[in-house]
Design a protein around this ligand. Structure first.
Ligand code: 7PJ
Length: 261
């Protein structure tokens, strides 16, 4: 899954793809590099990012989704928590919803259920503005797992079949380095819950903490974690640098697969 942020303020690529033609070109490049899914977002979840109203969010993402629907073979995912944006994006050609709030906003669950597309349910402690101030858990793996299973149950109760859902522990969303490392070590257990597991680690602060690298220089750490996550059972890896990640995963797949001698 390649990341396409159509925002002025995302933490690693804010402002680069605000113009629709630049966004479309970037998505085409990610598709050509092997992205099966393009995740399109019009609101930054960076700590301190200003809220975007739904009309502005729709105006950012819909022209890009419309243009891409006929130009790339990749599945288009809309990264939003707002029901109106979900509806507009799916009408424009999106075939998946990625919600960092796991359909907890008013009417989101009914809207997503009615739209009939796959949904990624992500764990987040708190809200983006303040989530990194003092994240705290008694047992991060147990609490994240319990939350995700409760959201899956809520979706099923709203009429969504289980085979339309993905789960994501939400690395960096109300988690410090030790929480993120605990969740990474628990990936096999999370993958074992029986729903496809999506992970997003690309360029995140934990890589900066471990390598000392600024956000625009975290490729090696990002690819390492993508490979690790895939080997531990992740089904979908959300990344900014599609080409290098796809290459790394291709090599790993050859080793794990049945080809060769
Ligand atoms: C994630 C996301 C993630 C899912 C972002 C960033 C911050 N959606 N949206 N999982 N992260 N499902 O790109 O670093 O980890 S925004």
């Amino acid at each position: 899954m390649g990341v396409l942020n159509i925002t002025p303020d995302s933490f690693s690529d804010g402002g680069r793809y605000l113009r629709p033609d630049a966004a479309v070109a970037q998505a085409q490049a990610m598709a050509a590099a092997g992205a099966d899914i393009i995740d399109i977002g019009g609101e930054s979840t960076r700590p301190g990012a200003p809220a975007v109203d739904e009309a502005e969010e729709i105006a950012r993402v819909v022209p890009v989704i419309e243009a891409l629907a006929t130009r790339v073979p990749s599945l288009l995912s809309i990264d939003t928590s707002k029901p109106a944006v979900m509806r507009a994006a799916v009408a424009a050609g999106a075939g998946m919803i990625n919600d960092v709030r796991a359909l907890r906003c008013a009417a989101a669950i009914e809207t997503a259920s009615g739209l009939g597309v796959p949904v990624c349910l992500m764990h987040m402690q708190g809200e983006p503005a303040t989530m990194q101030a003092a994240p705290a858990y008694d047992d991060v793996v147990t609490e994240v797992t319990g939350f995700l299973l409760a959201r899956v149950a809520a979706c099923e109760a709203a009429g969504m079949p289980r085979n339309r859902l993905l789960i994501d522990p939400g690395f960096g969303f109300g988690k410090d380095l030790s929480h993120n490392l605990c969740l990474l070590r628990a990936l096999p257990a999370l993958a074992g819950l029986g729903l496809p597991l999506l992970v997003g680690l690309s360029r995140k602060a934990m890589i900066g903490a471990l390598t000392g690298r600024p956000v625009d220089d975290r490729l090696h750490g990002s690819v390492a974690l993508a490979v690790y996550a895939a080997l531990q059972g992740a089904a979908v890896i959300r990344v900014h640098d599609v080409g290098p990640t796809v290459e790394a995963l291709r090599v790993i797949r050859a080793v794990k697969g049945s080809g060769g001698q």
